[in-house]
Ligand binder design. Structure first.
Ligand code: GDP
Ligand code: CA
Length: 318
């Protein structure tokens, strides 16, 4: 089967390791909302998390960045920060030495005029990911967060530097109005046998992919069943701070509310076995929802989640 997945970072990457064991033809549309320019280098954290994870190069301990990483460059930048007395260098962002190689190579190819989609395919050639990974768009976009005091900051500043400890009033994908889906993205959704929303952040991962003009429309229009996996279990985001993002857009942190937020995009929704009441409530609302274990504790458990999503897709297709 041709399966197209709208992917964020860590949650999506873990899900994909399980899905990949089932042996289908997988296309991954990656989130560009996290993209940021630092030291003149364009950094695409979610694309890299998917690439490193599926390529076997991810740091198992951190879940982002490279295994066997060192941070000598970042620490040396810290010496400039300390000596200069300025805080305008983003030394809080964890750019490892091996990771920097990816960003340097990406910057080189982008400077040659290659679109991000081509650059991403070239970077992936080394990693043998077993999937086709493409950015949501070749155009520059990035998520901006409006803080309670009205200040607007880049998503990374809010998420990494401030640990989302300051409430956000609004979250939006800057540049979305002028961005086109990357080549192949709309076709990958239209021609898929199944479209999956992995357990990714509904706001700053899946939401920012859907914010690119034409992508949401393609997901609504595709003949393929669209099935999502809840990133919320028992009213909590499992890992990370997705609740802070949901609060910013006025959506409750529950498996039920996230499904309702996706609305008519979904044909099916998986919730954790502990959230069976949410599944029943959604079924009452007319959405095919099923409760199964959703903890991606190891690759076998994750493969079972992916398999349950495909089974639900087959059932709603009938
Ligand atoms: P990010 O871009 O690195 O934040 O990663 P994603 O957006 O792809 O996924 C992050 C989300 O994955 C988190 O907000 C969690 O809600 C969800 N998540 C993480 N681990 C699990 C898990 O084991 N099971 C489920 N159902 N969701 C998970
Ligand atoms: Ca992300």
């Amino acid at each position: 089967m041709r399966i197209t997945v709208l992917a964020g970072g860590i949650g999506a990457a873990r899900f994909l390791t399980g899905l990949r064991t089932l042996g289908h033809n997988i296309t991954v549309i990656g989130n560009n909302g996290d993209d940021v320019t630092m030291y003149g280098l364009r950094i695409c954290p979610d694309l890299d998390t998917v690439m490193y994870t599926l390529g076997g190069g991810i740091s198992a301990e951190r879940g982002w960045g490279r295994e066997d990483e060192t941070f000598r460059v970042r620490d040396d930048i810290g010496a400039y920060v300390a000596a200069s007395g300025t805080d305008d260098l983003p030394s809080w962002f964890g750019l490892g030495d091996l990771d920097l190689a990816t960003h340097l190579v990406r910057a080189h190819w982008l400077a040659e005029g290659l679109p991000l989609s081509t650059v991403t395919a070239r970077l992936c050639a080394r990693w043998e990911t077993g999937v086709r990974l493409m950015p949501s768009t070749d155009d520059p976009v990035e998520t901006h967060v409006t803080l309670a005091d009205g200040e607007r900051v880049h998503f990374q500043e809010w998420w990494v530097r401030l640990h989302a400890s300051v409430p956000a009033n609004a979250i939006e994908l800057f540049g979305a109005a002028d961005a086109q889906p990357a080549p192949g993205v709309v076709d990958a959704i239209a021609d898929a046998d199944v479209v999956l929303l992995p357990p990714s952040n509904p706001v700053v991962s899946v939401g920012t992919i859907l914010a690119i003009k034409g992508i949401r429309e393609a997901v609504v229009a595709t003949a393929a069943p669209v099935v999502g996996v809840s990133p919320i279990i028992g009213g909590a985001p499992v890992r990370g701070m997705a609740d802070a993002c949901l609060a910013a857009i006025g959506v409750e942190t529950s498996a039920y509310a996230v499904a309702r937020h996706y609305g008519d995009l979904l044909d099916g929704w998986l919730v954790d076995e502990s959230d069976k009441a949410d599944a029943d409530r959604l079924a009452g609302d007319g959405l095919a929802a099923r409760a199964v274990p959703l903890w991606m504790s190891d690759i076998d458990a994750t493969a079972r989640i992916a398999d349950a999503a495909l089974t639900l897709a087959a059932d709603v297709r009938k």
